[in-house]
Design a protein around this ligand. Structure first.
Ligand SMILES: Cc1ncc(COP(=O)(O)O)c(C=O)c1O
Ligand SMILES: N[C@@H](CCOP(=O)(O)O)C(=O)O
Length: 461
């Protein structure tokens, strides 16, 4: 299995090299040369198997060599099923992805990436500086997975004052010599742009041996593919396809669903659920991708305009047209917009639906879910549940799984305002508010950032 860049001008790599390279040097994202499929009898044989066994079989076609350290990865999860399904209606389900140590779906991939990075770096005799952009959840999960690892340093950029206190504390209260937290004066899009600019700066990239754990790293997508396979086999099979409604920002999670569908899992429609930062909904409906400026919402992890993994979908939906991807991404950089060719948009419409959810509807959905089921859901999950309800109104039939991407206690203010109930943190992180925080505030410019990273890590006051 080899991987190529969506922009076609980077060397082809193996899985282990893609893991350690992150973003391709031509600015593109690595994708498999051919999306793998599993034999239907192999898929069928996975039904009801433990999560780790399914993960081993699902990941293997993407990475034919080496140990995946899956036992290490998933022992930190509080639920034996790792990602349990909960029934909420006759054919409606929630897939709970928040049972990892930092209470969001990012742990599912990141707990695996920790041991994978350590083992592959040790084998290569290398060390690495990971720089990660976060709108709130990736950062905490990455720090939890990488803190204290010998051959890794990790710097996380979050938008200053634009994430919840619990999200920030999961990052800034970890005391470790290899961790640096920087609060950037800007939006998540600024943080992500800085990471991409750093990858494009050859001298710096090489000097610090730069690595990525955002979903620009293909390994993130592969790990997230597993829960689509386990859940679609629990609820579906031949002639019974399972649809998914996915709260979406950077398009990594829903793209993993697309990859699981290519593998042969019984998956129907993939529903993109956006908050008021609705660039993906507009694009799916009109073909025009246009950055309009980010607005702050109660689902801050999805306050994103430049949705990195959409590039992977354009590449796949255009039959691997790297020239088209390069020209659209060039237009995005120049003018903040591009228009999809009709054939590419039509191909996307075969797999994807999309809905935009207003702030009022998010609050109303949290409240309705609580009064009807006594469940507290976080605002990102509420975006998904509301979009799922809209899809039902428009006639979607069959089993429908909404991804529950974060624990409600990560967003206590929004949940309490909507429901009158304050969600409590699970045991194990109840001391989060009494731990000391460490982070520095920095401007959104590459020069200052590279200078700060070069100065060294450890605990910043
Ligand atoms: C809680 C939560 N839900 C949904 C999303 C959106 O996922 P993605 O960026 O993979 O589209 C994020 C951020 O990634 C998140 O942290
Ligand atoms: N919502 C994310 C944004 C980064 O997404 P990623 O999947 O590319 O890491 C976050 O919580 O940080």
């Amino acid at each position: 299995m080899t991987y190529l860049s969506t922009r076609g001008a980077a060397p082809q790599l193996s899985f282990d090299d893609v893991l350690l390279t992150g973003l391709a040097p031509d600015g593109g994202l690595y994708v498999p040369e051919v999306y793998p499929t599993l034999d239907p009898s192999v898929i069928e044989g996975l039904r009801g198997r433990p999560y780790i066994e399914v993960a081993e079989v699902v990941i293997r076609p993407f990475s034919p060599e080496g140990d995946f350290h899956l036992e290490d990865a998933y022992r930190s999860f509080a639920h034996p099923a790792v990602t349990p399904l909960v029934q909420t209606g006759a054919e409606d389900f929630l897939l709970e992805l928040f049972h990892g140590p930092t209470l969001a779906f990012k742990d599912v991939a990141m707990q695996w990436l920790g041991p994978m990075f350590s083992s592959r770096l040790a084998a290569a005799g290398r060390r690495m500086t990971i720089v990660c952009a976060t709108s709130g959840d990736t950062g905490g999960a990455a720090i939890e997975a990488m803190a204290g690892r010998e051959n890794i340093s990790i710097c996380v950029l979050h938008p200053n004052e634009a994430i919840s206190n619990v999200q920030r504390r999961f990052m800034t209260t970890v005391e470790s010599e290899n961790v640096l937290n920087l609060a950037v004066e800007g939006s998540f899009d600024d943080c992500q742009r800085l990471v991409k600019e750093m990858f494009a700066h050859d001298a710096f990239r090489q000097a610090v041996s730069l690595g990525a754990v955002n979903s620009i790293n293909w390994a993130r997508i592969v790990a997230q593919t597993v829960y689509y396979v386990t859940s679609s086999l629990t609820l579906g099979g031949e002639g019974r396809l399972v649809s998914y409604c996915v709260p979406t920002g950077n398009f990594g999670d829903i793209f993993a669903g697309f990859v699981a569908k290519q593998l042969g899992a019984p998956i129907g429609q993939l529903i993109i659920a956006t908050n008021e930062n609705d660039i993906l909904d507009r694009t799916l409906r009109t073909g025009r991708y246009e950055v309009t400026g980010v607005v702050k919402t109660q689902s801050p992890s999805m306050d994103i305009q430049v949705s990195s993994n959409f590039e992977r979908l354009i590449h796949a939906a255009s039959g691997g047209d790297a020239e088209l991807v390069t020209s659209l991404m060039g237009a995005l950089k120049q003018s903040g917009s591009f228009t999809l060719p009709d054939a590419v948009r039509a191909r996307m419409a075969e797999d994807f639906l999309s809905f935009r959810v207003s702030e009022e509807a998010v609050s109303a959905r949290m409240s309705k879910t609580f009064s009807e089921t006594a469940m507290l859901v976080d605002p990102h999950t509420a975006v998904g549940l509301e979009a799922a309800a809209q899809a039902r109104v428009e006639g979607l039939k069959g089993p429908l799984v909404t991804l529950s991407t974060a624990h409600p206690a990560k967003f206590p203010d929004a949940v309490k305002t909507a429901t009158g109930r304050e969600p409590s943190l699970p045991p194990g992180c109840r001391d989060l508010y009494s731990r000391e925080e460490r982070f520095e505030v920095i401007g959104a410019d590459l020069e200052s950032l590279e200078k700060r990273i070069s100065t060294g890590f450890g605990t910043a006051e």
